[in-house]
Design a protein around this ligand. Structure first.
Ligand SMILES: [Zn+2]
Length: 289
């Protein structure tokens, strides 16, 4: 599955938009009908501000922190049938069948390569696959819209509006919905900007450039503040997630170069580092078009 995503990320179909802001995607949803969603509580990106400076993109070759962590082990999953497993990988240990509730065993099914949760009653396999997080980098008057999180994880830190994509919506629709929910901002997608895989926690981020349809925004229930930041004022030391750090760094680089590209890359969190250290990763396989 991850390999399939990587192939998708290498696509050259998407073209960067020009500095004139030409829009080639137009998506409309009624944000008022959207259900409330949030960034997952089982995200690995937990809590606290980092005090590391990040003066340049080269800082992505970040050093490891001392603390030991397991992103999945920090989970507060709402599903009673899913429990955290200290594998260092993305998979959660599924103890009960999602269809019949029967107890599962963990074995490699015939013809497969990975350990799966197999129901001991109905014999169905519970497959776990990466989740897609979608969001918007909203541009307005040469500033970007950020939300201060009013919820855990990463309470009090800044992020782009983003959250899990829902079944039944496109990635662009999900990004628009999340932006409405977190920033009460009605936006139009301009172009895809970055796809960032985080294999260790089984997530891939797809962030779109977007613009305000109306010059209005306000904190949604998950945000305590929503603000436009000039590029030089982006609070890089108070960001919530590595994915947002990468996205905003790429955005600033592109803005200064005068041309926005589409970026694909893999964020590899350093094993043994704290999830709260959003600088403890490398950006690998960075492709741009
Ligand atoms: Zn079953």
């Amino acid at each position: 599955m991850l390999k399939a995503i990587q192939v998708l990320g290498c696509s050259h179909i998407w073209r960067p938009h020009t500095s004139s802001g030409l829009s080639f995607i137009s998506v409309s949803v009624n944000p008022l009908t959207s259900s409330l969603r949030r960034l997952p509580s089982n995200s690995s990106f937990l809590t606290m501000s980092s005090t590391r400076s990040s003066s340049g993109f080269g800082a992505f070759r970040a050093r490891a922190a001392n603390s030991e962590s397991n992103p999945v082990g920090a989970s507060s999953s709402s599903s009673s049938s899913v429990a955290a497993q200290s594998t260092g990988g993305a998979a959660l240990k599924v103890n009960f069948c999602q269809w019949c509730g029967g107890k599962t065993k963990h074995e490699i099914p015939e013809g497969e390569e990975n350990i799966r949760a197999i129901c001991t009653v109905c014999e169905k396999i519970t497959y776990q696959n990466p989740k897609m997080v979608v969001g918007c980098l909203v541009e307005h008057d040469n500033k970007v819209l950020l939300c201060k999180r009013n919820i855990q994880p990463s309470y009090g830190l800044w992020t782009l509006p983003a959250g899990y994509m829902e079944i039944g919506e496109s990635a662009a629709e999900g990004a628009i919905r999340e932006t409405w929910e977190e920033a009460t901002a009605d936006v139009e997608i301009v172009s895809p900007f970055a796809q960032l895989d985080i294999p260790r926690i089984g997530q891939t981020y797809l962030i779109f450039l977007a613009k305000l349809k109306k010059p209005h925004f306000a904190p949604g229930p998950e945000s305590s503040e929503v603000e436009l930041f000039a590029l030089d004022d982006i609070p890089f030391n108070s960001l919530a997630f590595s994915s947002m750090l990468v996205t905003l760094k790429l955005y600033v680089e592109d803005a200064k170069a005068g041309r926005f590209k589409f970026h694909y890359g893999t964020i590899n969190k350093r094993p043994g580092t704290s999830p709260s250290d959003i600088h403890a990763f490398t950006l690998d396989g960075h492709l741009q078009s």
